[in-house]
Write a protein that binds this ligand. Sequence first.
Ligand SMILES: *Cc1c(COP(=O)(O)O)cnc(C)c1O
Length: 358
Amino acid sequence: MTYFRPNINDMSGYAPGEQPPPEAKVIKLNTNENPYPPSPEALKVLQELPGELLRRYPDPMAKAFCQAASQVLGVPADWILVGNGSDDLLTMIVRACTEPLRQVVYPMPTYVLYRTLSQIQGAEFVEVPYHEDYSLPVEQLIAAQGAVTFIASPNSPSGTIVPVELLDKLARQLSGVLVVDEAYVDFAESDALELVKQHDNVIILRTLSKGYSMAGLRLGFGVANPVLLEGLIKVKDSYNVDAVASAVGAAAIADQSHKNANSEKIKASRSQMARELEKLGFYVLPSQANFLLAQSPSGNAQHLYETLKQRGILVRYFNQPRLDDKLRITIGTPEQNETLIKVLGNVLTSAMSQPNSH
Ligand SMILES: *Cc1c(COP(=O)(O)O)cnc(C)c1O
């Protein structure tokens, strides 16, 4: 006997990275949070919020936030749709556009939530392997003709970016919706925002979780032609973004200089960490995100992940093809990065002196 639909019984559910309690003394490099504090302007708005804002229902479209984002991005406010994190926009897109015979398509490996949402919806999903060097398998993605095609750029966990010319080609040759998930755009050298002006089937997703140091606020948004947004608005929860997130998020996105300064620090640390990991014998994929995907010189990445965890450092390990010999390591503060490198160095040398330790 079961209470659930067959596809819910059959799926395993999304497994987020571990979130230890805030007081735990761990170096947390496993979920791509920003190591620096949010904008002081945003924190000031948060501290001064009037109680009246909580008494009333929020604006269903979070217009305060959309106005601020519109200024920053140079797109009209009605081209912006907010969500409870960009995960919420992913949910709306899958809900509105897919069903068993209207399939979801994405390159692999990528953000696992694309699969989870397809499974919940009961929509078929087609997983097209990335090429060895993480260049995009464009022709196969076009051939699959998804009702929805998801491309994370920069991609997680590879950190690689898709050139905008290729996304443009995809947009032209797909009859369905092309979703460009730009959760990590704040650490990248380019973006694909211009595509929404040229193609009514493209939606760009952004979030305040990574670049703006606000993963706890839960605020993301999509940018697309209002005709595309109209269908998504029909399926969204009425009050999907609360009044606090809209007000605080508006101040955060307006403070570009704070975000940009933090991104520059992270990009500098990213180059340094890549060099240090290479010195330890890791192969490191070039990254345009706030993390590195590093292939272990010892082959056994699960053992490394567990040993690091015992020593108070959390990184991400994915037990799946192409990733089970690698660690995804979020860029932390310079001190955190230094500790990680030191501990990794110790673990690797002691592993080499005990050949049968795993
Ligand atoms: C972190 C992340 C998101 C979602 O972030 P939210 O916190 O829900 O805004 C979306 N896509 C990718 C690829 C991510 O890594």
